[in-house]
Design a protein around this ligand. Sequence first.
Ligand code: SF4
Length: 154
Amino acid sequence: MNYHQYYPIDVVNGPGTRCTLFVAGCIHQCRGCYNQSTWRLDSGVPFTQEIEDSIIADLQDTRINRQGLSLSGGDPLHPANVPAILKLVQRVRTVCPQKDIWLWTGYKREELTPEQQKVVRLLNVLVDGKFEQSLYDPGLIWRGSSNQVIHKLR
Ligand code: SF4
């Protein structure tokens, strides 16, 4: 998996203070996408074990309390990203069980594959659906268009 950005402190993408990772790779080609540079799987830089370790360390940092981890992109549920994302969320669930995990995907929840569902079962919140420019509403929180759904899973 490649990624574009990792923000160890973020107050925009989800509730509270968070760690946020923007991965590479997305097939959805939404008109008006805010992040076209992330579409290619080989864009960005490799997501290494060191970056994964940094995320865990940041979530465990007691000096700056993070509420949780946000996963966006690109699409964290692109099939090529699922193995690395699953490994990451399994590790967060195991070593930081009190932290919440939010994930944004262009897929609809009901069309997810069994492998993608393994990730979703470990999330607190899934925000699903493509960005629809005609349904764009700047008043929405944590989603860009009104067709997207914030699923609170636990
Ligand atoms: S799912 Fe997100 S990253 Fe992918 S094309 Fe749509 S808006 Fe862009």
